[in-house]
Design a protein around this ligand. Sequence first.
Ligand code: C2E
Ligand code: MG
Ligand code: MG
Length: 644
Amino acid sequence: MRSRSVFSALLPPSTAGWLSRTFSINVAPEDAVEFDRQSVKAIRPFVRAASLCIMLYYAIVSAVNLVWEDGLSFWILNVLSIPATIISALLYPYIQKADTAQKLQIASLILTMLMYANALGNQIVYYEAPSLVYFVLILIVYAIMSPSLKGFVPCALISIGTMLVLAAQDSLNMLHQFLWIALAGTIASLALATTMRMNLLRTVHARLIAEKMAQHDALTGLPNRRQFFDELNRRIRKKNPFDLVVIDLDGFKPVNDVYGHATGDLLLIEVGQRLQHICRERGLVARLGGDEFALILNPHDSDDSLHQFTSHLCDTLRETYILSGGIQARISASAGYLHADTSKGHSGSQLLERADYALYYAKQNLRGAPVLFTERHEAEMRDFSLIDQTLRACDLEAELYVVFQPQYDLVRQKTIGFEALARWQNPKLGEVSPDVFIRAAERSGLISDITQRLLHKAFAAVQDWPEDVSISFNLSTRDLRSARSITRICQAVTQSGITPRRIEFEITETVMLTDFEPALEAVNRLKALGVRIALDDFGSGYSSLGYIHQLPVDKIKIDRTFVTQLLKHDSARKIVRAILSLCSTLGLTHVVEGVESEAECELLRKNGARFIQGYLIARPMASDQVLGYLRTEGIQMPQLADGR
Ligand code: C2E
Ligand code: MG
Ligand code: MG
């Protein structure tokens, strides 16, 4: 019991940070464990080299002893040198695996004890005054290899003490000489050990800081993209299942634009803190860049509990932020998440791509909410990549064309215009729905080119139409975000020679939610040409009446979902009536989309609708059918127009 406590007094404590404390290196508490780990890694080669040298030295000594010695000295010296060779050889693999300073210290003490025992044995058998200097050498070797200086004093006392006792037994003169050698040896080994250790630990500390900086986001202090991928790949390698969540803030850009980057930075820091607070011990929270964050979490029990967690996450990020200067910022966050089954063999970037896909879906359809990546998304992604590749390789000019669907005035009983709708006929894929290929083109960045081609084709068709028939063209959210794209659209309008009042651009609410400022600027540029703007699919998503008066729109296109509900639910009727009366109050015109039956048409008419579009009037038609269709107007009733 007593010997154990004496021995443990020679060992460094096993608590994190003892090395940094010993040498007064200012290591952050959260880095203490890593600092110790790296320090042990740096000190290990010294102990390893010492054990190797000691083994070699005593192997030679043993060989010499076996050949030259005889009698009692043969036994004494070999009993000391042979075990010293074997023990130091056995210690080598132990040191190689040693992962704590304590283990290294134990090895150093054993090696020192072996050297001490041999030096003492030698002096007992053959006393040689010059060989007393070995006791100083022992101290120097110990000082070089020991991870801490904790055992230095006892080692010095024993080793130097023995040397002095032996010298004193020789003569007073010898004692006098060796007193100075002892003093010089002790000071030299202490200075050597301290300087070496200090420099070594400082280098470790500097490397730790550099590594930390390379792995952390400078603004939020969260792990950055690099560390995120390291952790992702580590979990995949170890086949540890986990949950992956990617988060993108909605409405961050306006905060940045309105209040400045310093406030934007504070907001990001607070978002990081909230995320860390929610995730605490559950896993890693990283900032991937901009306003995008990602979480790698220990797996939840079920999709339900993961959904609850991500919903809680989105709710928390939606709470008002009080920033410096009392600025109140309100943003929301959309999330894409999945349970990563590491047995499926997906790489880190493939998993991130999937979570990103779900996030994209959330952004487009369920802003401020989490979306789970499902099998349906997987199938969509496969289709998407096929469509994407085909779009890039195909002859867009030859394969893209435009069809036209009439917009009808129920009062004057005539067509007032046509909506241009994109079509893509590919030899390999056949007819691809615009919903699908427009989305693919938006994601791949091809949309601007596609819009241009479609616009030219649509404008070419309009040249033959009567002056009182207008053209409505759908713009993608991407078109509105890009100033370059808008410039090209403006040029197409001016070069077409069509009276701008006859041209209408349809935009959706989505762009207003994500990029209000640039979209507003784009709309204003188009309006300045004299064209009209229609808000498409009104009521299909997160309609905000707030946008209607903030945007210079001329027309609201009431979404088909209301029409399908019209006959079934009284509430749909009330909503349509309310929207129509809002339009007339604001001086806006309207079109009700997707009218398929006489009954719907009648009900709409009764509730104040005047302009409709839908299969009841006509399905989208090829450009060369438009004039023939217009010629029949006035002769045939609307319900007969498409031959039904
Ligand atoms: P949208 O702009 O809301 O177009 C109306 C869609 O409703 C068209 O589908 C049209 O064929 C369909 N539709 C019209 N009447 C009825 C009806 O009575 N019943 C039903 N069930 N559907 C009806 P389409 O042509 O498949 O286009 C789908 C969407 O693709 C469009 O929705 C629009 O968002 C987008 N799109 C089409 N062409 C273009 C384009 O040139 N550029 C861009 N950016 N998007 C386009
Ligand atoms: Mg449209
Ligand atoms: Mg629409």
